[in-house]
Design a protein around this ligand. Structure first.
Ligand code: NAI
Ligand code: MG
Length: 340
């Protein structure tokens, strides 16, 4: 099995090594036979070669079953095309899975009293290949347009994925859309409803604006949520409010043959190089990779080690702690070893 490791830029270079140390521990201890393939993409590559990701990089990534990714900095240049969008599209990683599952004890640590953390357990499933991120754009000085593409095929595919996930949980699926204004969302909504109903999943729907409000006001009402690309992008950052820090939000991009795991956050230039980025989003992205690999026991050990870090207040400044990225990473790894 081959796992591409893309640290990327900024804090990506700081948080990914902490996740890789845990991967190395299991890989070496249990002879998993994972071959790590370092791949350089992003700002560094752009500065050296004028291209943030090359065709060769894409070909190399296609040879890897798994990809662990940090974050990259967007280059401010009209010719720049998003690296992540290109990877997601070319590898056809159509389901972006973003759990909103607070770490036990985090609300006490952060003194958030409004919700019961044990009642918050949501997964946002974001369609990852089209919508407003279709890449179909016409850019002019007076008028610029981005085409929002919704197809029946992609809507069916993401609805089937979300319905499978729902049936393994509470068998409830919420479709979030804006079909009262965007006619393209009527196709998305109708297709999701039909697909979920045909699979025996209890389906309901909500407009995106009121859902944004309700996600924060009444998060305990929600379980599996399926939505289009841009809405999913925004709602998952909003949902990270319920986690206590964007530095705690992991994600997975799943395709039929490959999967790509990354923290939701970006390269955080404001704190890059200071050694204070929270590594937990990257570590929990690795945990999602273990779940995907069927390594349920190891995934559970990683969760327990992260919970122990929060309980012992071994946390970075975003959570009010004084520990460095490396110290938190080292603590989690030592806890994993101890629990194993
Ligand atoms: P960001 O997520 O990098 O940072 C937003 C805020 O959250 C900053 O104040 C940052 O310090 C904080 N933060 C983020 N991750 C953290 C962590 N692990 N621990 C502690 N604090 C953390 O978003 P921003 O500032 O909008 O974007 C910065 C760059 O990253 C841009 O070039 C953007 O395009 C890119 N980006 C890349 C993504 C990716 O590669 N997946 C995703 C989002 C943004
Ligand atoms: Mg985003």
């Amino acid at each position: 099995m081959r796992a591409a490791i893309i640290e990327g830029d900024g804090i990506g270079k700081e948080v990914i090594p902490e996740a890789v140390a845990i991967l190395d521990y299991f890989n070496e201890t249990y002879d998993w036979g994972i071959e790590k393939v370092p791949v350089e993409v992003g700002l560094g590559k752009w500065e050296k070669t004028g291209s943030a990701i090359t065709d060769d990089d894409i070909s190399l990534l296609k040879t890897c079953n798994l990809i662990l990714f940090g974050a990259i900095t967007t280059v401010n240049d009209p010719s720049y095309k998003s690296v992540l969008l290109r990877i997601r599209k070319e590898l056809d990683l159509y389901a972006n899975v973003r759990p909103i599952l607070p770490i036990s004890g985090i609300y006490k640590l952060l003194k958030i009293k409004d919700h019961k953390e044990e009642n918050v357990n949501i997964v946002i499933v974001r369609e990852n290949t089209e919508g407003l991120y279709s890449g179909v754009e016409e850019i002019g000085a007076e008028k610029s347009m981005t085409t929002r593409v919704i197809t029946k095929r992609a809507s069916e595919r993401i609805a089937a994925f979300a319905s499978n996930l729902a049936s393994a949980r509470k068998n409830k699926l919420l479709v979030v859309h804006k079909s009262n204004v965007l006619k393209s969302d009527k196709l998305f909504l109708d297709t999701c409803r039909q697909t979920a109903e045909s699979r025996g999943v209890d389906v309901s729907d909500k407009l995106v604006d009121i859902f944004a409000y309700d996600l924060i006001m009444n998060p305990e009402k929600y379980d599996v949520v399926v939505t289009t690309n841009l809405f999913g992008d925004i709602l998952s950052d909003l949902g990270a409010v319920l986690l206590g820090s964007i530095g705690l939000a992991p994600s997975a991009n799943i395709g039929d043959n490959q999967a790509f795991f990354e923290p939701v956050h970006g390269s955080a230039p404001d704190i890059a190089g200071k050694g204070i980025a929270n590594p937990i989003a990257a570590v929990l992205s690795l945990k999602m990779m273990f779940d995907y690999m069927g390594k349920t026991r190891e995934a559970c050990l990683v969760s327990r080690a992260v919970t122990a870090a929060v309980a012992d207040k071994i946390v970075t400044p975003d959570l009010g702690g004084k520990y460095s990225t490396k110290e938190v990473g080292d603590f989690i790894l030592s806890k994993v070893r101890q629990l194993d």
